[in-house]
Design a protein. Structure first.
Length: 94
């Protein structure tokens, strides 16, 4: 089965036990866009993989985070995180 172009960019966010806790999308060779609420704690290293391509695990850290707000206005940015795949972990979709 061939992998579609879209499947190359789907990321799975894993907890410390390698259980899936969320999803994200590759937006550059080393940046992943996901929801902030799937990230356990700011500053912790995050494990992710590309489940439709391979089981290789990558490490990432939070580059930018806008946590969910209890009372958000229509112009507020919230529940978004950009992850940075750590050095040596650049992903190249083939």
């Amino acid at each position: 089965m061939s992998v579609s172009e879209r499947e190359k960019f789907i990321v799975r966010i894993l907890d410390q036990n390698n259980k899936p806790v969320g999803a994200g999308f590759l937006i550059s060779s080393r940046h992943v866009l996901t929801c902030s609420h799937v990230i356990s704690k700011p500053g912790e290293e995050i494990t992710l993989d590309f489940p439709l391509l391979s089981q290789k695990k990558y490490k990432a850290c939070i580059k930018v985070q806008f946590p969910p707000k209890v009372s958000a206005g229509p112009d507020d940015i919230e529940d978004i995180a950009v992850l940075d795949i750590v050095a040596g972990g650049r992903f190249t979709a083939t």
